[in-house]
Write a new protein. Structure first.
Length: 306
C-alpha cells in the first residue's frame, strides 16, 4: 500500500478492524462510522504510507482523551478539526499529514476529519497499533527526549451545559498529558486532541507503521465473513490475527465506574469456564480459574455473538 482513496467501504473496514484491535477501548463503532463516513463526504481523504512523504515532513497526532462511558461526554466533529487549527495557531508548522493516536473503533479514524478538511493525507503510522489508556503510552517515546516541549490542543464539552472548553498546553509531556486528562473531566468526559507534530523520520523509528492498513485487513475479513454468521466472523478475526479463542460464554457481571477521566472495572464471563477481564479504559488482564491468560499490552478483545 502506498496511497489509498478512502471511501465508505474502507471506513467500515477500518472501524470494524479497529474495534478488535482496540482491545476493549478506542471508542464506539457508531461514533467511528459516523466520523469516518463524514470525512469521506467532507473531502477526499487518502491513506498514504510513510514512503510517500519526505523524511523531514511534519505529521501531527489526532486523538480523543477521556472516559468513553462518561454520561456528559460531548465532542462535535468540528472540534476535531478545530483542535488541529488551534495547535497550529500556537505552533505554526507546515503539516504533511496526520496520524491516529492508536487503533480502535473510534480512535483508529482519528485524523480523518482533519485530513478531509485541511487537504492533508492520513498517514499509515499510528502512534500505537492497539488502544491504550494513557497519553504517555501514545507519545512514541517523546517523553524520553531530554528537554522536549510537548504541545497539545484539546477541545470538547457541551456549550449548552457550560462544559465547552478550548485548551492549549505546552511543557513536559507528562504534565501536558495530565492537564489534558483533567480538561476531559471538566468537559464532561472526553476532548478532541491534536498534539506533538513530529517528522516522518521519527515516525519510522517510533510509531506503528502499517497499523491502519492492518485494521482495514481485519475489518475486510469480518465483512467478508458476515454471511457465515457471528461465529464465522469470530473465526475470521482469529485467523487473520493468528489469535486464540480463550473463553466462550455469557457475560454475567459488569462493574464500571468513571474515575479521574478513566473507565475502570471488570467483566465476568461464564461458559465453558469462568473468566474475569479487568479494564482500565482497555482490557488489562484476562484470568480464568486462578490462571493469568493475558496481560496488557497483550491484545484482549471481547466479541459479541448477538
Amino acid at each position: 500500500m502506498s496511497r489509498i482513496q478512502l471511501d465508505d467501504r474502507y471506513a467500515e473496514a477500518a472501524v470494524l478492524g479497529g474495534a478488535v484491535l482496540g482491545g476493549g477501548g478506542g471508542g464506539s463503532i457508531a461514533d467511528g462510522l459516523e466520523r469516518a463516513k463524514m470525512a469521506v463526504r467532507l473531502g477526499s481523504p487518502v491513506l498514504v504510507s510513510l514512503d510517500e512523504l519526505a523524511e523531514g515532513d511534519m505529521v501531527v497526532t489526532a486523538s480523543a482523551v477521556g472516559a468513553p462511558a462518561a454520561a456528559e461526554k460531548f465532542v462535535r466533529p468540528i472540534d476535531h478539526i478545530q483542535s488541529t487549527k488551534l495547535l497550529l495557531e500556537k505552533r505554526p508548522v507546515e503539516l504533511a499529514g496526520v496520524i491516529a493516536n492508536e487503533n480502535g473503533a473510534g480512535s483508529g479514524v482519528n485524523g480523518w476529519l482533519q485530513a478531509a478538511a485541511l487537504g492533508i493525507p492520513v498517514v499509515d503510522a499510528p502512534a500505537n497499533g492497539r488502544a491504550h489508556p494513557t497519553g504517555l503510552m501514545g507519545a512514541m517515546g517523546l517523553h524520553r527526549i531530554k528537554g522536549y516541549t510537548s504541545i497539545q490542543a484539546a477541545i470538547g464539552g457541551n456549550p449548552e451545559t457550560g462544559r465547552y472548553l478550548e485548551v492549549v498546553v505546552e511543557g513536559a509531556l507528562s504534565a501536558c498529558a495530565n492537564l489534558v486528562r483533567f480538561a476531559s473531566v471538566q468537559a464532561g468526559g472526553v476532548v478532541a486532541v491534536s498534539r506533538d507534530p513530529v517528522t516522518v523520520e521519527y515516525l519510522r523509528k517510533h510509531a506503528a507503521p502499517g497499523a491502519t492498513s492492518q485494521a482495514i485487513r481485519v475489518g475486510e475479513a469480518m465483512m467478508e465473513a458476515k454471511g457465515k454468521g457471528p461465529k464465522g466472523v469470530v473465526q475470521a478475526i482469529v485467523s487473520t490475527l493468528g489469535g486464540e479463542l480463550a473463553v466462550q460464554g455469557k457475560v454475567r457481571e459488569v462493574r464500571l465506574e468513571t474515575v479521574g477521566g478513566y473507565d475502570v472495572g471488570f467483566v465476568t464471563v461464564e461458559g465453558d469456564r469462568k473468566a474475569e477481564l479487568c479494564f482500565w479504559n482497555e482490557f488489562m488482564t484476562l484470568e480464568s480459574e486462578g490462571r493469568r491468560i493475558a496481560t496488557f499490552p497483550d491484545l484482549i478483545t471481547l466479541l459479541s455473538l448477538d
